[in-house]
Design a protein around this ligand. Structure first.
Ligand code: UDP
Ligand code: MG
Length: 321
């Protein structure tokens, strides 16, 4: 198999037909290829559509997860199903144009192991989304020791070797684009303009975006844990200045007054302590969930393609069928 295109789908019933058309037109020159569609437990007709497509077209492999496991897990599931020598990761909503595949193929021919789409412009996104994404990518970069490129989503082409290595990383809080960067090898950017979503709605409300951001930061950096020490140092310095101020006042027989300032100080210190506890809690919670070692996802149904093929994947992955 020359090429696998893997796509996680959640509530994408209105997109699939157009997605299939556009992909087929592009992929035709890369026979043999497969399109792996993973339905992430959508409540709408997404699975029905995938099944219909797989009946019409042998290139389609459909996998349905047992419930909604989230974009990054669905994407990991899709990657484990893919058997191609090169694997393209895309969103279902056609924000990432399939027409870029030939350019990616060419860069891979020239020796790249990963070609990632880097956004030059994002059409049809709210100002808030643009600003928050901008801040997040830069915060992550400054906190993390891994060189995770800015303005880069999951849209990328990856070699078989790198996908196999990715499959050996069993962590549950997955930030796939960061994990691919962590692996290293020859990774090259392909600049492109991101289109607006073709149909349906973004499945990334603020809460999910924040969770992904926390996963990204906690998976790739323990620097936030050092906030406690830094704060302690800063607050101790302020306390020493305060002490000097009080001593001088006492010396000059002008004692400092003020319950209000005392109350504010106590509240501020309480808030700082809770903030640091919160950060420790984030890491501890992740450790707890990781330690349970539950399967990453469960498969409820399959359709099309090589359904009987042996499944390769990290030890954490278990399949119901
Ligand atoms: N998605 C998924 N599970 C989810 C949410 C999203 O598989 O719980 C898929 C969705 O179908 C799409 C991709 O992940 O293919 C990206 O989601 P979306 O387009 O909503 O995110 P955005 O592009 O707005 O960040
Ligand atoms: Mg999208």
């Amino acid at each position: 198999m020359k090429l696998s295109v893997v796509i996680p789908c959640y509530k994408e019933q209105d997109v699939l037909a157009t997605l299939h058309d556009r992909l087929t037109r592009v992929c035709a020159r890369f026979e043999p290829y497969e399109i792996v569609l993973v339905d992430d437990g959508s409540p709408d007709a997404t699975w029905e559509r995938i099944r219909q497509l797989s009946e019409k077209d042998d290139h389609i492999v459909g996998v349905r997860l047992s419930r909604n496991h989230g974009h990054q897990v669905a994407l990991s599931a899709a990657l484990e199903q893919a058997v191609g020598n090169r694997i393209v990761v895309m969103d279902a909503d056609l924000q990432d144009p399939p027409e870029l595949l030939p350019a990616m193929m060419e860069m891979m021919d020239q020796g790249a192991e990963v070609v990632y789409g880097q956004r030059r412009r994002r059409a049809g996104e709210s100002r808030f989304k643009l600003a928050s994404a901008h801040v997040f990518y830069r915060v992550l970069r400054s906190l993390s020791d891994v060189d995770i490129p800015e303005d880069t989503g999951d849209f990328r082409m990856i070699s078989r070797r790198v996908v196999d290595l990715l499959a050996t990383m069993p962590e549950r809080h997955r930030y796939v684009r960061g994990m691919v960067s962590w692996l290293g090898f020859d990774q090259r950017p392909l600049l492109y303009d991101r289109d607006p979503r073709f149909a349906g709605q973004s499945q990334y409300p603020l809460s999910k975006m924040l969770r992904l951001a926390f996963d990204g930061i906690t998976s790739f950096s323990i620097k936030p844990l050092r906030v406690a020490s830094i704060l302690a140092f800063v607050l101790a310095s302020i306390a020493i200045c305060g002490l000097l101020f009080i001593l001088v006042g006492w010396w000059l027989q002008k004692p400092v007054q003020g319950w209000a300032s005392l109350a504010v100080t106590v509240l501020f210190l309480g808030a700082m302590q809770l903030f640091v506890l919160g950060i420790i809690g984030e890491y501890l919670g992740r450790l707890f969930i990781e330690s349970k070692g539950r399967p990453l996802y469960l498969v409820a149904d399959r359709t099309g393609g090589h359904s009987s093929q042996a499944v390769v994947g990290p030890p954490a992955a278990t399949y119901a069928q």
